[in-house]
Design a protein around this ligand. Structure first.
Ligand code: NAP
Length: 259
């Protein structure tokens, strides 16, 4: 059996940034997403330049049974996963009463259902091997409701609470669980979700800064990881406002409400 790091959402944005970071650290990789061409190009580049093993698992995580298929893909190749990075995610901007029912299913399926199943399947094996790391990528938006991003923020709250509970359950097993809660990072997620990036009222970070700060923050071994100084300041600021004001401010900063 060979040891690998599995990254969902590996084809672009934050997931791709994790791919490069773990490749530099010498991890063998399983890349999961739908964009087959992007994944294959990335895999070829990493094999050539980093000399690591890279497997491409093309999968639509919005389909029933996707998590089981990703797990079967690894079992079939005798790959065991020591690091699982759940990064694939979808968002939708606007008033909740306007969201399409299929979009609700997609957000729930990709951000919650498939993610939870992947955690269940791979972390159970890590516990047996007494070794492993889980990185769930949530969002600062999961710390409170965000008007204009209501369902998205709810799915990220799911990831945060699931990971917090799991981290305690895993104590003493040799397996660590972290949930990363970034603020805004310039990626294609805004374009895909109908969220006008220009209406965001906070500075956007880059994927390079995000990765550097996340790796640094992970060393503190706190379950909830707030990568940048701005992220940490925003979290601390919650103490000084009423819950209602925190929610209003989150909506104001996101600028995702349709006028
Ligand atoms: N950017 C931000 O400001 C920000 C802030 C906080 C948290 N996050 C979180 O960070 C994660 C990555 O976001 P990003 O900004 O990098 O977004 P992105 O650029 O839109 O990338 C999203 C990734 O998820 C994959 N994905 C989406 N739907 C999928 C599906 N049905 N099946 C398989 N893969 C799917 C995409 O791959 P394919 O299209 O190739 O399938 C892509 O690799 C998300 O969970 C997001 O919620 C982002």
């Amino acid at each position: 059996m060979s040891s690998f790091t599995l990254i969902t959402g590996a084809s672009m944005g934050i997931g791709e940034a994790f791919v490069h970071e773990f490749a530099v650290q010498g991890h063998n990789l399983v890349l999961v997403a739908r964009s087959v061409d992007k994944l294959q190009l990335l895999a070829e580049e990493l094999r050539r330049e980093r000399g690591i093993q890279v497997e491409v698992c093309v999968m639509d995580l919005n389909e029933n049974g996707a998590a089981e298929s990703v797990y079967a893909f690894c079992c079939k190749r005798n790959i065991h996963i020591d690091v699982l990075v759940n990064c694939a995610g979808v968002s939708w901007a606007g008033s909740f009463v306007d969201i399409g029912l299929q979009k609700i299913e997609e957000l729930v399926m990709v951000n919650m259902m498939t993610t939870a199943k992947l955690v269940r399947l791979f972390v159970a094996d890590m516990v047996v091997r007494k070794k492993g790391t889980l990185l769930n990528i949530a969002s600062l938006g999961g710390l409170q409701g965000v008007p204009g991003l209501g369902l998205y923020s709810a799915t990220k709250a799911f990831m945060i609470t699931l990971t917090e509970a799991l981290a305690i359950e895993l104590q003493g097993t040799g397996v660590r669980a972290f949930v990363v809660c970034p603020g805004f990072i310039a990626t294609t997620i805004f374009e895909h979700s109908g969220h006008n990036i220009k209406s965001i009222r906070l500075p956007l970070s880059t994927t390079e800064v995000f990765i550097k700060e996340t790796i640094k923050a992970l060393r503190k071994k706190q379950v909830r990881v707030f990568p940048t100084l701005l992220d940490r300041c925003l979290v601390i600021s919650h103490r000084f406002f009423s819950r209602k004001m925190v929610v209003r401010l989150a909506g104001f900063f996101a600028g995702a409400e349709k006028k």
